[in-house]
Design a protein around this ligand. Structure first.
Ligand code: FAD
Length: 608
């Protein structure tokens, strides 16, 4: 039976009885379900407690091979950094509470070794004693999570090299820091690596991040990570982008990290955070259907190819929420929701998982970066139609003290038809309020809304919280105006093309028109740009060519938009350069304020 067929589970009589809808009056007539759950943290604990709320009669056994259940692995970097001051605070609930409050038979330090699907039994090892025994089930929920990927390089097993998964990992790491760690190397510049680097710096540890790609936070588009990079540099974090650890060596009491570039970095400790892979051994050995990235295939009710077995959390291959393609997205929120849905399915409820959008947020010192849905590079890689806009608003009214700016990038479907303008993804980076805007857009994506809906979205406003035109509305206005043809937009890639400046100066390419003040222009401008402030534009139209496209830009896009509207109405071939000079600077943080048009390292890194 394939996993798709299994979506209509309930073929055999026993199956139908077990999944019949809950009806309090008929509860006693239903044979109590014996539910086993493998893994007692995000997905597993959610499934167990939800199951108990749905059925007082069910026998629920939760197996967890570690000593803890339901702990906050997301809080571990902050415990190491001393932001979370006690280990107990990471323990969301205890086995004892699950037993007393939920009547769940919690068996910590019990590892499930194998599944016999024919007899519906699992083999379990009690890790303290080595005793092995079998347990039968009516329904089985697999929530074993994922394991950190460790690079297969010499010396990876040396003491002092850590990955982060269980509370014991953070105990070892924290003990090392407490003992006076001076220097650390973090391998991997993703979410966990960055959070860890920040916390090491809090503890006064000199920290280097080594990242294989040319950018930090690989799930985001490269230009959106520029403020994170700048913040790390401001806090003296040493960054090695486009490099990788190829070996680790013990040198005296410490370690040396050998990089592909030939450099050797001394370190008292190495933390490796280069991703995770689904812990699918049980599922593979039981013959369950597995996706190409190792995730256990499930339907919308988290049923695997065996209708008696569900899989949730990092081990499951779900569908992404926008195009419905199979995906592997390890996040805590989805794992918790999937646990609930699996329990619902076991007891006959019709809840269905809507797919994962990958909504995520990370804070690195004073900068927050968040995203939801697809990134531009993913859309490009998959050959999808998309357009993008950038806005750079403040988090709240500029006249109220403390306003902080953010960059919000919105990706949407430009194709004509009923779904035109559908939101495909968004990313934001800046200070306060970044998370709120991405959360709003996450809901918009989940609801299938368009950029036209964002224009109309009504959000709470008082000067200290937002603006009468919220950043979400602003992104909607710009995107919807673009689709309506009110202001043609050229993307920044046009001017980032190698040789653009030379071609523009030779009259063979578009001409960038900077409509900011001469003072702003003098502080830095695009290659080959000319300067006419927007206020003088109507009087100086004669200075502009009519045989070439004019690319208007300002600092953030608004004056560029006004100039575009003026020139359009005077018959020029014109476009607004999306996101203005600020967006150019995100692409080219190193670019000197000159007109030589050299592609920078960062621009090259973004593949443009
Ligand atoms: P887990 O929560 O990993 O639980 C699986 C459990 O199953 C483990 O305790 C394991 O011991 C147990 N187990 C495995 N095999 C067996 C077996 N055979 N028998 C018995 N027990 C078994 N996500 C976010 O959304 N936001 C964040 O900020 C965030 N920060 C993170 C920070 C860190 C340091 C880490 C490590 C992860 C972070 N995540 C974050 C990811 C998030 O924690 C995971 O996506 C989520 O915990 C997955 O839930 P799960 O139930 O699938 O697996």
């Amino acid at each position: 039976m394939t996993w798709r067929q299994s979506a209509s589970a309930g073929e055999d009589p026993e199956d139908r009885r077990a999944v019949s809808p809950i009806n309090p009056a008929s509860q006693s007539a239903v044979r109590p379900v014996k539910l086993l759950i493998v893994g007692g943290v995000a997905g597993g604990a959610s499934a167990a407690t939800r199951a108990r709320r749905l059925s007082e009669d069910a026998e629920i056994i939760l197996f967890e091979k570690g000593p803890d259940v339901s702990f906050a692995n997301c809080g571990m970097p902050y415990y190491a950094g001393g932001v979370i001051d006690s280990r107990e605070k990471l323990v969301v609930t205890t086995p004892e509470r699950l037993r007393r409050r939920f009547a769940i038979d919690v068996r910590t330090r019990h590892e499930v070794l194998a599944i016999d699907r024919d007899s519906r039994r699992v083999r379990v090892r009690e890790l303290e004693t080595g005793r092995e025994y079998e347990e039968s089930y009516d329904r089985l929920v697999l929530a074993p999570g994922a394991v950190p990927v460790t690079p297969e390089v010499p010396g990876i097993d040396l003491p002092g090299i850590f990955t982060l998964r269980a509370l014991e990992d953070i105990d070892h790491i924290k003990a090392g820091i407490d003992a006076g760690l001076k220097r650390a190397v973090v391998v991997g510049g993703g979410f966990i690596g960055l959070e860890f680097a920040e916390n090491l710096v809090h503890r006064g540890v000199a920290t280097t991040i080594v990242e294989l790609q040319q950018q930090l936070l690989p799930p985001l588009d490269a230009e959106m990570t520029t403020p994170i990079l700048a913040s790390l540099v401001r806090h003296d974090v040493d960054l090695r982008l486009g490099d990788s650890a190829v070996a680790f060596e013990q040198v005296g009491q410490g370690l040396e990290v050998c990089l592909a570039s030939g450099e050797r970095l001394p370190a008292g400790m190495v933390v490796v955070g280069v991703g995770v892979r689904p812990l699918n051994t049980l599922a593979v050995e039981a013959g369950l259907e597995i996706g190409p990235r190792g995730g256990v295939r499930v339907d919308e009710q988290m049923r695997t190819s065996d209708p008696a077995i569900h899989a949730v959390g990092d081990v499951a291959e779900i569908r992404e929420a926008i195009f419905g393609e199979p995906a592997q997205i390890p996040l805590a929120g989805p794992a918790n929701r999937q646990g609930r849905i699996a329990a619902d399915a076991v007891f006959g409820r019709e809840s269905r998982y809507r797919g994962t959008q990958g909504t995520s947020v990370v804070g690195v010192f004073e900068v927050t970066a968040a995203s939801t849905g697809f990134s531009e590079k993913q859309l490009r890689r998959e050959g999808r139609h998309y357009r993008k806009v950038y806005v750079h608003p403040a988090n709240h009214a500029g006249y109220y003290p403390g306003a902080e700016s953010m960059t919000l990038k919105l990706l949407f479907d430009p194709q004509p038809g009923p779904r035109q303008g559908r939101i495909l993804g968004a990313q934001a980076v800046g200070g306060h309020g970044v998370d709120k805007r991405i959360d709003v857009i996450a809901i918009a994506i989940q609801s299938g809304l368009t950029v036209y809906d964002l224009e109309e979205t009504e959000l709470a406003y008082a000067p200290q919280y937002g603006s009468a035109k919220d950043p979400v509305n602003m992104a909607g206005f710009v995107a919807a105006g673009l689709l309506r043809g009110d202001h043609p937009q050229a993307d920044m890639e046009t001017v980032l093309e190698p040789g653009f400046a030379e071609r523009s100066q030779a009259g063979e390419a578009e001409i960038p028109l900077d409509v900011r003040t001469p003072e702003e222009f003098a502080r830095g401008h695009l290659p080959a740009a000319i300067n006419i402030p927007v206020e003088e534009l109507r009087a100086r139209l004669g200075e502009l060519p009519r045989n070439r496209r004019v690319l208007c830009y300002c600092q953030v896009g608004y004056r560029g938009y006004l100039a575009t509207r003026i020139l359009l109405q005077h018959g020029f071939d014109v476009a607004n350069l999306g996101g203005g000079y600020k967006t150019f600077r995100l692409h080219c943080p190193d670019e000197p304020a000159a007109a030589d048009g050299r592609a920078t390292r960062q621009a090259a890194a973004v593949g443009r």
